[in-house]
Design a protein around this ligand. Sequence first.
Ligand code: FAD
Ligand code: FO1
Length: 480
Amino acid sequence: MISPHDVDPRRITPLNQCELPRFETAAGSLSPRFPQSHRPVIYWMHRDQRVQDNFGLLHAQALALHAGAPLAVVFCLAPSFLHAAWRQYAFMLDGLGEVARQLAALGIPFALLQGDPGQETAVWCLQQHAAVVVTDFDSLRIKRHWMRQAAEVLAAHDVAMLEVDSRNIVPCRAVSPKQEYAARTIRPRIHRLLPEFLHMPPAVRPHPHAFAGHVPQVNPADLTQLAAALPVNRTAEPVTWLRSGPGAGLDALQDFIANRLRFYAENRNDPLAGATSRLSPYLHFGHLSALRVALAVQEATAPREAKEAFLEELVVRRELADNFCLHAAGYDTLAGCPAWARQTLDERRHDPRSHLYSLEEFEQARTHDPLWNAAQQEMRLTGMMHGYLRMYWAKKILEWTTSPEEAMAVAIHLNDTWQLDGRDANGYTGIAWSIGGVHDRPWKGRPVFGTIRYMNESGCRRKFDVPGYIARVKSLASSH
Ligand code: FAD
Ligand code: FO1
């Protein structure tokens, strides 16, 4: 039987000062006594939208099993979430439908609420007489607000709330207590701890104690309809080329490992090579755990340099992004950028711009640059953009807007509206890297950019077949 010890305590952070129900700690065993008749343990799912490989759900089940208590899972559908559009809600709710089915098969109730998550979820947990609420860690400001709100409501009724980091292989708070300067400073901290965390977690099991509370029944088929009824931007329509959910995520992982991982080291910067995993939507919505991806890649038959190059992105770069968003208050503004970058951008603030475009012109891919327009088109059509082009795409927005502040706002707006993997620590960090030099260093100075790293089309032509890429997006557009 799983025990609360199965989840490394470095993943777990109390979110209020309430005591967990008393545990009698006999040697090696935890036997919590939840007063009254077995109040349930509730897991509030929001970042890690999966059943297996989910340390938050695992810990909640372990606490419930040791108390002989029921277990329930709750998700709250927010009417808006950053710049999320119909496209992302449809993908997310599709995946949640599969999660609901998997929980039902384990006898674990799944409650879908709607409204302001911090408030709605806390109130529902109190109505179920929750003994303790376990939830996901998230570095984003909006999520920390939800957590603070819920933790306060629960604390007023002496209900403990715990946060568990299931997004990162090495828990974000364990990697470093402060903002790391660059990949080279966080890499040794992660690599030192990796051997302690690169282990497959136990499975979530059928739960033996029935939940007595009232759970609004969720018909998984209805969830996609829910997406269509939300008051969100509908120009970014659902994508049809990609299946959503934990099962599709595992299939995509297997396909990547079998057919493309071995080309990753040398071809990952070529948008036409298809050498990257394209797992980011599944990692963003938590359908797939980075831990499972890392273990599968480690065991794969592929050149060592391919595996190392991939794990550098999946582990070091991805966990550096959470470190940045957790510790840099203004991670989505220039305020989060290093002083040298803010200074150089300031000095170049009044340099003449070769072109200037509005948010609408960018959004409709109506610039003078066919390569930039093709990348924007690819994002509009598919909900994805190849990583190398994302750097070029963001840097040109700096070059063709009136100020670096406007550039960041435009890049975030477009990235969060059109990308399936948007609204993510990786995105705010990728944009801050491209426009504000975060985790980068000064380069040769030039107009507008100052010493921010510059990229141009001839640089892209050295990396890949630019006309070929533009043609491919054109044919993609004509087949839509
Ligand atoms: P692969 O190359 O196969 O990498 C595997 C996984 O590692 C990715 O899915 C991702 O989770 C992680 N990863 C890869 N590169 C990075 C990186 N540079 N930083 C952090 N994690 C990384 N990523 C997002 O998930 N959401 C975003 O909104 C996003 N916006 C970006 C915006 C800009 C301007 C830039 C420069 C990068 C952005 N990235 C974003 C990071 C990266 O480009 C994408 O994660 C990657 O292209 C996703 O494609 P893939 O899954 O095929 O990646
Ligand atoms: N999380 C929620 O708990 N409720 C939502 O309604 C919700 C909507 C949403 C839409 C788009 C998107 O990209 C993420 C969304 N999330 C929502 C956030 C999710 O919980 C995770 O934070 C993300 O998957 C990033 O980790």
